[in-house]
Design a protein around this ligand. Structure first.
Ligand SMILES: [Fe+2]
Length: 357
């Protein structure tokens, strides 16, 4: 296997190039948008064809280069289905395999840093690309993007520490100049997850970190859900305020309340992203909402005017949150998710009769 470890100094992100030396097919794991030129040049120099870009998760600290690489080189972007990136060409889940020429990468779900994190492990179990699930002597934080410490503990123990002790660990970042580790080393010396530490101890360590939010999170998360294209679209400067009482969550999601949606806002386009089968049950589609299933959203909205006010609706507000972030990443300026989804909408209807306005 041809292998390079590349580094982005601004975000301390590692990007990995792996390639089959015979077929010349290559993949980049976690490419960074600012390094697309560097990566494209290296591919050219080594006479490699980029077939895949693989994301370990929707990053909060940098923007992926996958969309730009796809445009330039025709690569296909691989993202975990659980990460909610509508732009992905291939959505993978635990147990799936990705082939790069004769190289096989196993997908292992390692949620906990985010709910959509995966690790990629070579078929011979010699190398594991762990993203931010397991870092050298550390791990990714668990306090945003649906992070959960107990889940991360289980992921690392079940999916990574179960590999042979000499499996090499290639992390998503390092902030102290270290480049790689092994399963055996991390089991012994990781101060959070190794040394036989219990899940309770890990959860308490993580709850006391009190870290500041990454400076790029409001831009990076929505942009990454759109494979890094139109990264500036979700920034404060281009997101228009004042069209609705939008609340911005820490993971970047713009939300409006059910109460606001229940008032008449004829200028606002309501888009229900639930599956068609879901619309006939006890939570029917609102009469004036249109149905665009989640998988089709990015394609169906590709040509819609970016100024149009849009509220996205689903059952509980989860899918619509991801969809709203994706649309922001695509450049929509007035988009929000309806908080709590149709469950909350009907609850408010049962409780309150009609709203003023
Ligand atoms: Fe991360």
């Amino acid at each position: 296997m041809l292998f390079r470890q590349l580094f982005d100094p601004e975000s301390s992100t590692y990007t990995y190039l792996i390639a089959d030396p015979v077929t010349r097919e290559a993949a980049l794991i976690d490419p960074v948008i600012d390094q697309v030129e560097r990566d494209a040049q290296l591919l050219r120099e080594l006479d490699l064809t980029l077939v895949h870009t693989l994301e370990t998760h929707a990053h909060a600290d940098h923007i992926t280069g996958s969309g730009l690489l796809r445009q330039r080189l025709g690569s296909r972007s691989v993202v975990s289905a659980a990460a909610g990136a509508l732009c992905a060409d291939v959505k993978v889940a635990d147990g799936d395999k990705v082939h790069i020429g004769g190289i096989t990468l196993e997908v292992r779900a390692t949620p906990g840093h985010t709910s959509g994190c995966v690790s990629y492990v070579t078929g011979d179990h010699k190398d594991a690309f762990t993203g931010d699930a397991l870092l050298i002597r550390g791990c990714g934080r668990t306090d945003f993007q649906q992070g959960d410490s107990a889940t991360l503990y289980d992921s690392v123990h079940q999916q990574i520490f179960s590999l042979p002790d000499d499996t090499r660990i290639w992390p998503g970042h390092d902030y102290r100049g270290r480049t790689m580790s092994t399963v055996g080393e991390e089991k012994a010396f990781n101060p959070r997850l190794g040394g036989g530490r219990s899940k309770d101890k890990f959860v308490s360590i993580m709850s006391e970190l009190n870290l500041a939010l990454p400076s790029k999170i409001d831009v990076a998360v929505p942009a990454n859900l759109a494979c890094g294209l139109a990264p500036q679209a979700a920034s404060d400067a281009s997101f228009e305020r004042g069209w609705a009482p939008v609340e911005r969550l820490s993971d970047g999601t713009p939300e409006v309340s059910v109460e606001w949606v229940r008032q008449a806002h004829p200028e606002v386009r309501l888009v229900d992203v639930r599956e068609v089968e879901e619309l006939g049950g006890e939570l029917p589609k609102l009469e004036r909402a249109e149905s665009v299933v989640l998988d089709q959203l990015a394609v169906r909205m590709a040509d819609a005017p970016r100024e149009e006010p849009i509220v996205i609706i689903c059952r509980s507000g989860r899918r619509s949150a991801g969809a709203a972030r994706t649309l922001e990443g695509m450049g929509f300026k007035r988009v929000a998710s309806m908080k709590g989804g149709m469950l909350a909408y009907l609850e408010a209807e049962d409780a309150g009769g009609t709203c003023a306005g």
